[in-house]
Design a protein around this ligand. Sequence first.
Ligand code: NAP
Ligand code: HSE
Length: 424
Amino acid sequence: MINIGLLGLGTVATGVVEVLEKNQKNIEKKVGEAIKIKKILVRDINKKRNLPYNLPLTTKPEEILEDSDIDIIVELIGGEEPALSYIKTALTNGKHVVTANKEIISKHGKILFGLAEKAGKNLLFEASVGGGIPIIRPLKECLAANEIYEIMGIVNGTTNYILTEMTERKKEFGQVLKDAQRLGYAESDPSADIDGFDAARKLAILASIGFNTRINPAEIYTEGIRNITSKDILYAKELGYVIKLLAVSRKRNGRIEASVSPVFMPIKHPLAGVNDVYNAIMVTGYPVGRVMFFGRGAGKDPTSSAVVGDIIEIARNKNNCKNVLCTCFVEKPVINIGETESRFYLRLQVEDKPGVLAKIAGIFSNYNVSIHSVVQKSAEKATAELVLITHMVKEKNMKLALDEILSYSQTLEVSNVIRVEGDV
Ligand code: NAP
Ligand code: HSE
């Protein structure tokens, strides 16, 4: 019998309880012995729970962390504290740990893998990236032969759901966010989703494994989707793109590029058709070439699939630390975003007067920003809306050009600036 101590009983943990109950017989056969949840830590023992089982709840962490009969601690509380301290105590007390906590793995992975190694225990975190998509173990194990060049993906279910609803059903941002929260996709503080931090944490984990160097989320240029308007979505469609929150990391001459931002994605790109709560991660390397992982990126059921998969993996090998722990064995610096290159979509409001477009083109030219296309979208009350797509330009040149355009007397507003991925 393998005993589990569950920390938390929210969206994901509820799914874990259900899967272990519903698929019990099958799981027992796969593991060779039964898996039992011995105790569950919650904040409020009297809270009404949507589970038909009689559950062994406690509000005392020590009843789980200090119980010598418990083999595996499954942390599903979220956030940094007290979850981090609980994981440290669990490893120090000689327990295996499973977590879905990307914040903790991305920020504190090094120390936790050190503790796991010292204790000879496993620390698995498949659910921390991509919900139900298997990506951590495939990267660490199945793709271990490769030199990885690029990892690119849609890794936040909440924002992908919001962008899809805004694009396909013309819904408003605020309403769709409420739906995402009701469906259990969003983090307890949804700004982690909306402002891109959740995706940056996931990219930090993927890039650290893929490029074998520790990348902290704070080093990743991060921009969320708050500024995406229905107008940008409409113009994207007219130009043959969809808007996606893209996490991308590439190896460039021994250094690492890493960013999370909304992008214009050509509709023919494999990631452009990834909609709703679905996530997809595309990995490019030698010798495998390009592989893509796709599935539901958030929610109770897909995420519990990944968590229970980790529990089974540990249960099958509980007496030896079989799994690969830290794979960060080189140091590669992250390139400052200003030094990277991208294409851009720009939406500007300017005075509708002769010479204004020429002046703006001149400013771009002074900073080596080459324009691919310009469309004047409307001319109302002496105002023109300009929509431009650039060729590949250095980010810092783009910023300098935009600063000068903003200070030009005939510019009324720079309404949006969005990167463009793939071929124009
Ligand atoms: P959640 O619904 O907010 O549940 C959190 C649970 O933790 C609740 O049961 C809560 O207890 C308990 N808890 C919170 N603070 C506690 C404390 N100080 N002491 C004891 N218990 C505490 O969270 P979730 O959506 O399941 O997410 C859990 C983890 O999975 C997070 O790391 C999240 O990032 C990750 N994740 C979530 C998803 C998803 O789709 N939701 C997908 C992938 C990964 P009460 O029930 O008593 O309030
Ligand atoms: N809030 C996260 C998302 C949960 O929307 O993708 C899955 O990690």
